[in-house]
Design a protein around this ligand. Structure first.
Ligand SMILES: Cc1cc2nc3c(=O)[nH]c(=O)nc-3n(C[C@H](O)[C@H](O)[C@H](O)COP(=O)(O)O)c2cc1C
Length: 200
């Protein structure tokens, strides 16, 4: 079993989303001790944004790419290979200004590749990354679960579904900036959600 953990908080030491994602990975490992874990920290190793040079590299046939263009495409290829090799994917996702961190958006832009992670048919799009379980640890200063202000969950569900990942469990830690008591409650609730999703 291969587990891919993706952290997207800008914080490396004190990130609650990365800590909760790590907790989910530990629960997965408890039932699959031989699992191989790959941890990708998008803050420690930022992935470049999709700019004109990157688009141009992607749309140039491989044999005609310059060395710089090949190197740029290879960065995306690496993330796609990690994703395809995984049996379970665990995302740590803080809310930043009502959306996902830019680093996670860069990862999404990298792994969305026509003909590789999705394809269009006469019936519409088909996801090509199938048969994997996804867990998403969400951390927020405020509380938005099941409200229109929660743009993260519909967005992630739509994107992950588009590439074939339809088995997604969201773990919420909300109200982390609403005082010490609310923070403790939020973290205890997130822990309980993890234990419910992944019983020992
Ligand atoms: C730049 C920035 C923007 C944020 N925007 C929001 C927001 O829009 N809504 C919210 O509830 N919390 C917001 N927060 C609070 C974070 O979601 C919260 O602190 C979360 O725990 C951060 O995740 P982390 O502990 O993994 O770093 C923001 C925090 C930062 C640093």
């Amino acid at each position: 079993m291969n587990i891919l953990q993706i952290n997207s908080s800008a914080r490396q030491q004190q990130s609650q989303s990365s800590r909760l994602a790590g907790e989910i990975v530990e629960r997965l490992r408890a039932t699959a001790p031989a699992a191989i874990v790959t941890e990708r920290d998008l803050a420690r190793t930022p992935h470049p944004a999709l700019d004109e040079a990157a688009l141009s590299a992607l749309f140039t046939p491989a044999a005609q790419r310059t060395p710089e263009q090949s190197a740029r495409v290879a960065l995306d290829d690496g993330l796609i290979a990690e994703l395809k090799a995984a049996d379970a994917i665990v995302l740590g996702v803080p809310m930043y200004n009502f959306g996902v961190p830019a680093q996670l958006k860069n990862w999404i832009d990298a792994v969305a590749r026509a003909g590789v992670t999705f394809r269009y048919t006469e019936q519409g799009p088909v996801g090509l990354v199938q048969g994997k379980k996804v867990y998403v640890a969400l951390t927020r200063g405020g509380q938005y679960r099941n409200t229109p202000a929660d743009t993260q969950v519909p967005y992630l569900r739509t994107f992950l579904g588009f590439i074939g990942l339809t088995d997604v469990t969201f773990i919420y830690a909300e109200g982390l900036a609403m005082g010490a008591e609310a923070e403790q409650k939020a973290l205890a609730s997130a822990q309980a959600q993890i234990e419910e999703a992944l019983p020992a």
